[in-house]
Design a protein around this ligand. Structure first.
Ligand code: CO8
Length: 258
């Protein structure tokens, strides 16, 4: 169905594996289009968590496809950048959480894809970096925006200006990833986290994601008011009623997303 995506769907969670083995899963326009298309399907099916990973044991995504970019002019470069940035923003603002299981190289657009996800974990062979200035360009899929927000301006500037790659333990130290696992265990850990998320009240998880994303850049007073409204709306859901009743009666309740 998809040329470059392998999709696995288990219960309430889905795994999207980017697969372009000849270029270490580099992102070209076709792959970006396929990701966008799958996100339509994913949203319509009401899953509770998405995992994104790369095919093989060497690379998550080795960047945007350099062979597609090599001959672009300024206008075409801007259009290509916008295409990637739009898909990545869609991932970031997807109603439910997205986990990046970074199984190797996450360079350029690959690091930017991981940063658009809510949670990043990686294998011990992972390498992160924004090598674009070594190719005469800058991070164009929102890397200058998200890296500084995730790891702070000083470290982001050093990584982007130097173009230097960092190993998994350094990515952990600077807070770019939440945890590092042996390659063979990475996906199982991602699935565990996804299941923990999927077992919680889906509307509450979505509201929490919306609050964290929306409130991050707001002045504190506005942010607190935004969270307060979202908190109040949780009490309109039957999951809140049934979830609290189950707690108080020591019963069991499976959240329905209602
Ligand atoms: N694009 C296209 N092909 C790639 C890419 C890529 N990003 N990365 C690897 N490949 C290809 C190689 O060309 C090679 O192909 P072939 O076998 O035909 O020669 C194949 O994948 C295997 O790669 P290597 O032989 O180089 O494997 P190594 O193990 O020696 O090295 C590396 C692995 C270190 C990952 C190396 O391939 C590398 O440095 N790749 C490029 C990494 C990079 O610079 N990424 C950033 C690209 S720029 C970017 O992402 C900008 C995003 C914003 C775009 C904005 C739009 C304007």
């Amino acid at each position: 169905m998809y040329q470059h995506l392998k999709i696995q769907e288990h219960g309430n969670i889905a795994i999207m594996t980017i697969s372009a083995p000849k270029s270490l899963n580099a992102l070209n326009s076709t792959i970006l289009g396929e990701i966008d298309e799958y996100l339509d399907e994913f949203e319509a099916a009401n899953f509770r968590c998405l995992i994104i990973t790369g095919d093989g044991e060497k690379s998550f995504v080795a960047g945007a496809d350099i062979s597609e970019m090599a001959s672009l002019g300024a206008q075409q470069g801007e259009t290509f950048g916008k295409k990637g940035a739009t898909v990545f923003r869609r991932i970031e603002t997807l109603p439910c959480p997205v986990i990046a299981a970074v199984n190797g190289f996450a360079l350029g657009g690959g690091c930017e894809l991981a940063m658009a996800c809510d949670i990043r974990i990686c294998s011990d062979n992972a390498r992160f970096g924004q090598p674009e200035v070594g190719l005469g360009i800058i991070p164009g899929f929102s890397g200058t925006v998200r890296l500084a927000r995730l790891v702070g301006m000083g470290i982001a500037k050093q990584l982007i200006f130097s173009g230097k790659n960092i190993k998994a333990d350094e990515a952990l130290r600077i807070g770019l990833v939440n945890a590092v696992y042996p390659q063979a265990e990475l996906l199982d850990h991602a699935i565990d986290i996804a299941n923990q998320i999927a077992n919680n009240a889906p509307l509450a998880v979505r509201a929490a994601k919306l609050c964290i994303n929306t409130c991050y850049d707001m002045p504190a007073e506005e942010a607190i008011a935004f969270e307060n409204r979202a908190f109040g709306l949780c009490f309109n859901t039957s999951d809140q009623k049934e979830g609290m009743k189950a707690f108080l009666t020591k019963g069991k309740y499976e959240f329905k997303g209602e």
